[in-house]
Ligand binder design. Structure first.
Ligand code: SRM
Ligand code: SF4
Length: 613
């Protein structure tokens, strides 16, 4: 663990009672879900039945698309279509009015692309822009996982949209569903060699863990049906039940933890030599954010550093970690199915031993590394190859033309028309105009200025993320993207009053506890509880390595400023030089330190065995 991680802080460790030895369950010897066991499916979660019956993700999708009487698809197909990178949604702003008029919901689809490492060419940018204008309300949404989403695509336009995505040499396969999702990589403009290695690894993992079924091509592009044969032939890695739950992989390059490696199922941390070349990767496992209010068996968890691999073994390790989770993960209860719970159940040592068995060698011991932050670096940076990179601040990743505000969509289209490098999406919903030759810098800068595009923002905003939430997200309990900007305006005034205007503090909000903006590793985390009500979490580490804790529950939106203002005042008075807000709140006892997931709901600060090495 890095030096900056307060989890390793010696003082805190000294105060902590010695945890009792943890008793783990014995790992299963065999893969629990095979064809032969499908008969026992009655005990499995409903989604397992849907997968088994789907014929490798086909279900009734092709027929459902032809039913013109409704803008919806069936409930089961709604689960399956996620594996194709899509969610059926409805406009929740319109729900009350439509219910009153006894109308069906205003159905449409969210489509999520798969862009490993978040890199696209200017030509692809222009194609995606064109799709946005034609089918998706003239907006693109950069996500917290380095890709784009479209909202509001109606059923009648789905196939046309997918064909246009395919024509741009992109796809949406496995962007959602119980599979390996879009693989993220550090954007890291300044360290060119390391970025290349991280991006290549992300792409290779993405390719190697991609579902092999031809259902996507067949359904969306009218491709020829490849008849399903034996399970091993169609999906040699996944089998017909795929994974118990979603699986997320990231690749980080210290000192930046911009990809928030501790929030992901599997991560690779670049270990660099003095020339910034990658000598191998530390492997992290078992991170995740999602939980359910009032259900203490569900919790966010920061990943453990499991070991070290040489570059040539990294893909094998990724496959092994995913297949152990495939075989050991909980298929009966989706709320306890992520890898983080598998590791809590069987222990890191047993998990690592099984991974080592599957790769046929021992992992090395983790090498030292240091993370300094989990945000983006804004403005221009020059890479060590002399190319220039401009990171733009895109509020909540929403790329559109704002009325009386920045013209993100038009401006970036104009830039894509002249740009010769590439674009990179960041894990914090921002966009990098990357690989600009020195002589083109002024032209890009002029377009950025002409269209009012923001190159940066105040310190709090620079370190903020809000999830989508209302009106499209079906799970939102409260506003997020439409609320956080106004709250930040208030908080910025309060911070300025206390002389903290330039203080880097991470703030993230989500409309529900699923954690799509990774709020539990932000120094200030707001998590929707109900309309205009939020749980307030505090005390995470600035580098994203430690979870926060519930500070105040069910706070009315109108009371958040009054709750935080005295803490800012106290911080301004009592902080040590260079001390971060989250660390300070713990040091002076405003909030208890969270050691890891199982300790997350314990507000007394008494430490329970964390169950990780
Ligand atoms: Fe997420 C579900 C949006 C990143 C944890 N997420 C959803 C859905 C699809 C709602 C649904 O199931 O009906 C949201 C669609 C909203 C909409 O209208 O677009 C949604 N998640 C997002 C995005 C777009 C948030 C954003 O504002 O950028 C992010 C898209 C990422 C991508 O490109 O793939 C997004 N989601 C995340 C992250 C962050 C990350 O991965 O780094 C997390 C927390 C990390 C993790 O997975 O633990 C996250 N999303 C969830 C969960 C809880 C999973 C869990 O283990 O409990 C759900 C609900 C579920 O899976 O049942 C969810
Ligand atoms: Fe929706 Fe909740 Fe994710 Fe926000 S955190 S996008 S409200 S699922």
């Amino acid at each position: 663990m890095d030096d900056h991680s307060p989890r390793d802080d010696a003082d805190a460790q000294a105060l902590a009672p010695t945890p009792a030895p943890r008793v783990y369950e014995t790992p299963p010897k065999e893969r629990p879900i095979t064809d032969a066991e499908a008969a026992r499916a009655a005990q499995l979660a409903a989604n397992e039945h849907i997968k088994i019956a789907s014929g490798y993700l086909r279900g009734g999708l092709a027929e459902g698309l032809l039913k013109h009487a409704t803008g919806a698809i069936s409930e089961d197909d709604g689960q399956l279509v996620k594996f194709h990178g899509m969610y059926m949604q409805d406009d929740r702003d319109l729900r009350p009015e439509r219910t009153k008029k006894k109308l069906d919901k205003a159905y449409s689809f969210m489509i999520r692309l798969r862009i490993a490492g978040g890199v696209i060419s200017p030509k692809q940018w222009l194609a995606l822009d064109d799709i946005a204008v034609t089918y998706a309300g003239s907006a693109l949404r950069a996500t917290t996982r380095q890709t784009f989403q479209y909202h509001g695509v109606i059923k009648a336009n789905l196939k046309r949209t997918m064909a246009a995505i395919d024509a741009a040499l992109l796809d949406t396969i496995a962007a959602c569903g119980d599979v390996n999702r879009n693989v993220m990589a550090a954007t890291n403009p300044a360290q060119v060699g390391a970025h290349k290695a991280a991006h290549t690894l992300a792409k290779d993992i993405s390719d190697s863990l991609l579902p092999k079924t031809s259902a996507w091509r067949e359904i969306w592009l009218d491709g020829e049906r490849v008849v399903g044969g034996e399970e091993e032939e169609v999906e040699p890695v996944y089998g017909r039940t795929y994974l118990p739950r979603k699986f997320k992989v990231v690749v980080a390059v210290p000192p930046s933890n911009e990809v928030d490696i501790f929030a992901h199922d599997l991560g690779f941390i670049a270990i660099l030599d003095k020339k910034n070349q990658v000598t191998g990767w530390n492997v992290t496992v078992g991170g995740g954010m999602g939980m359910t209010h009032g259900e203490p068996d569900t919790f966010p968890r920061t990943a453990d550093v499991m070991g070290f691999v040489k570059p040539e073994d990294a893909i094998k390790v990724a496959e092994a970690v995913m297949t152990v989770q495939r075989d050991w993960g909980n298929r009966k209860n989706r709320k306890n199915a992520r890898l983080k719970y598998t590791i809590e159940r069987y222990g890191l040592a047993a998990f690592r031993a099984e991974v080592e068995t599957r790769i046929g060698k021992k992992l090395g011991e983790p090498k030292p590394f240091t993370f300094t932050n989990n945000g983006d670096r804004f403005g221009w940076t020059e890479g060590d190859d002399g190319r220039h990179h401009l990171t733009l601040y895109v509020p909540s990743g929403r790329i559109k033309d704002y009325e009386d505000g920045p013209q993100f969509l038009t401006g970036l289209r104009k830039i894509a028309q002249v740009h010769e490098g590439d674009f990179r999406l960041t894990a914090n919903q921002n966009v990098i105009i990357a690989n600009v030759p020195a002589e083109k810098r002024a032209a890009i800068e002029a377009l950025v200025d002409q269209y009012g595009i923001t190159k940066g923002a105040g310190a709090l905003r620079r370190n903020s993320i809000a999830c989508v939430a209302l009106p499209t997200c079906g799970l939102a309990l409260a506003e997020s993207e439409r609320y956080l900007p106004d709250l930040m305006t208030e908080l910025e005034q309060s911070l300025a009053t206390h002389g903290l205007a330039e203080e880097e503090i991470t703030i993230r909000s989500t409309g529900c506890p699923n954690g799509c903006a990774r709020p539990f590793i932000a120094e200030i985390g707001l998590v929707g509880r109900g309309p205009e009500r939020y749980h307030l979490y505090l005390g995470a580490a600035f580098d994203g390595s430690r979870l926060s804790k519930l500070y105040k529950e069910d706070v009315a939106a109108s009371d958040i400023l009054d709750t935080l203002d005295p803490l800012f005042a106290d911080f301004a008075r009592g902080r040590n030089p260079g001390e971060h807000f989250g660390d300070y709140l713990i040091r002076v006892g405003h909030v208890a330190r969270t050691i890891n997931g199982p300790d997350f709901h314990d507000r007394t600060g008494a430490l329970k065995p964390a169950g990780h090495a």
